[in-house]
Write a protein that binds this ligand. Sequence first.
Ligand code: TXA
Ligand code: MG
Length: 320
Amino acid sequence: MVRTLPSIVTADAAGIAAAARALRDGRLVALPTETVYGLAADATDDRAVARIYAVKGRPTFNPLISHVPDAEGAFALVRENAWAKQLATAFWPGPLTMVLARRDNCPVSLLATAGLDTLAVRVPAHPVARAVLAAAGRPIAAPSANRSGKVSPTTARHVEDDLGGDVDLILDGGACTVGVESTIVDLSGARPRLLRPGGIGGEDLERLVGPLEHATHCAVVAPGMMASHYAPTLPLRLDATASRGREALLAFGADVPGGFTLVLNLSSRGDLEEAAANLFGYLRQLDRTSVDGIAVAPIPRHGLGLAINDRLRRAAAPRQ
Ligand code: TXA
Ligand code: MG
């Protein structure tokens, strides 16, 4: 089968206008956010949303995040409460997604929310994403622009490698600076609940809304919560402190054990932000080498380290 490659378009004014036009026409556009690249479509268009699920190979019971330019746009779709207002003031625009009750007049496709009466909303900080959202003038559904269960893309090239001709336009805004997906907090219940650790540390949320409940695996059906997710092809071994056979090492910090076939260091100065930004790109690079497996050094379990460890644990889990 011959597939035409999508055009990778530079995210200048013309590129942003073309992306917004394509979205309004019901097409699929890959665009940069500060976390990862998103596979974007008009969230109010059932057919466009259905194409996201088809292209990703994503189960339709897993709902999508709606992206909007500002808090006002978000709270037009969902019912805000005191926690939501506080968190919006502190962290939007930024890598935080809130799950709240859908308003009765919410125009977002029911397919995008998998029939739930809640909706996940996010106001991204990336200037290109913000410009596209403003120009599109409607909520934009966007999961990470990878096939379901695989490593998320942090460059336009990653998107092209994964989705090739299945996306109509790829908007190139450079490498994502945060590198792990947004933190997801469910504010629709009696207490705020952390559904996915991400770009904003849970500790930072807790300073504003008090202790967070933690979602258990069975409580919510969400792909980011499935045991196996973000998975490279090679087997992954965590908390590795010495080599075992022909392995590549994903290192962290100045202290790098010897004996590995190949080493990529997430951050030689032990900086968690730098490590998060490098995580998915380095996993992809190592996944293309001819070793028997990828070993990962221990990563501190605080701040962004929680999101990094969460992704690594799922990447290492037995494949479904
Ligand atoms: O950083 C991000 O959040 C990126 C960029 C592109 O914005 N997007 C992203 O989307 O990571 P995705 O689809 O890969 O992950 C969204 C997560 C999924 O685990 C989904 O199940 C969950 O959000 N989700 C969406 N709506 C939900 C809802 N109403 N209730 C609970 N979980 C929800
Ligand atoms: Mg994803």
